[in-house]
Design a protein around this ligand. Sequence first.
Ligand code: PLP
Length: 439
Amino acid sequence: MTHVLHRQIGKDYPFAVCGEGVHIYDATGKQYIDASGGAAVSCLGHGHREVIDAMKAQLDKIEFAHTSFFTTPALEELADELAAHAPAGLDHTFFVSGGSEAIEAAIKLARQSAVESGQPQRRHLIARRQSYHGITFGALAIGGRPSAKRDFSPLLIETHHVSPVYEYRDRHAGETPEAYGERLAQELEAKINELGGDNVLAFIAETVVGATLGAAPPVPGYFKRVRQICDQYGVLLILDEVMCGMGRTGTLHACEQDGVAPDLMAIAKGLGGGFMPIGALMLSAKIFNIIAKGSGAFQHSHTYTGHPLACAAALAVQRIIRRDNLLANVRTQGARLSRRLQERFGNHPFVGDVRGRGLFQGVEIVADRGTKEPFDPARKLHARIKQEAMARGLMVYPMGGTKDGKSGDHVLMAPPFISDNDTIDQIVERLGEAIDTAI
Ligand code: PLP
């Protein structure tokens, strides 16, 4: 009997005992291709010797120094590294231990900066439906997946939601992607006006939607218009790049491809590549200056903020990605993964859409390609696909469709940046078998 409260009680999880490159091995010696990077975490794959050596070197110096007393070289160097390659103006970083914490910090810093700039009436948060921003109370509240909130909603802060960019289902026939993006931007503007432009604190969105929509990218021009609207009403733009950021889409930050810089940006997963839990909130000089000239302190901190070992691990991961030019490989292998998925599923009777950016790709499963009708969520097809994939030595990240039929089951892939042709081809072959068997 296990004493762990596992994610699913009563389920038999294989023991992961070692990892090397794109593979994880269980206690029976079975090999799995980590085609989801866990949950878009393991960007360098597993067991990277140089990262491990950098972590050992940090441990030989100091394992922990509380940030109310000290800073450390690892913390300062990681912040410098991020600032050197940040979207315009995001030159300061607050470190945390994961994605949800980064989102909590974003909400609180947004609010504190509004109060300290003389706008305490700004309190409304606008997010998007079918989004996931984390599991803690603030992050859960802004998320747009009602099933995740069901038991907790009486305890959550109020949030307002607008439509996500979900081209496959929501772009009208004959509507150009640009016109669709404009329609969504106008929906945001209407929501801001409904709440009163001066009362809205922030708009938050994933640049490319991960877990809840299976790598759904924005349409051209959408974020530029969102940026304009936010500026017009003094609303802060918070981008959640916890999953899609840090190189996953082929540029260090996904928003680079949309030509926008947010006021606040949450990053995590690929930042430390799974070698240590680490996340961060990057903030604009504008927000930094409001706090610096105001109270002089962000009213928020965790014991493990800026943990030296986590920072040393993340620094090593980021330097290796840059030194080995791995973002070029993300673009090359991302294009291959997209192509192979199109070849395998382009005419598949139960795959309605293949989408994504870089090594962040998804497929949506439907009962009927013509009508896009999803399978009944009660079938839990996504769970069966996961099981069949694991049986074939493949880790992918499937999620069920919504109960209202507004999205189908989908499968998210986020393989390591070191993936080669053979890895990509194996992923698609095994996924094809898993989907066919599960259906
Ligand atoms: N934001 C996004 C877009 C995510 O995908 C996730 C996790 O999957 C989070 C926030 C929360 O991150 P964490 O699980 O590290 O708390």
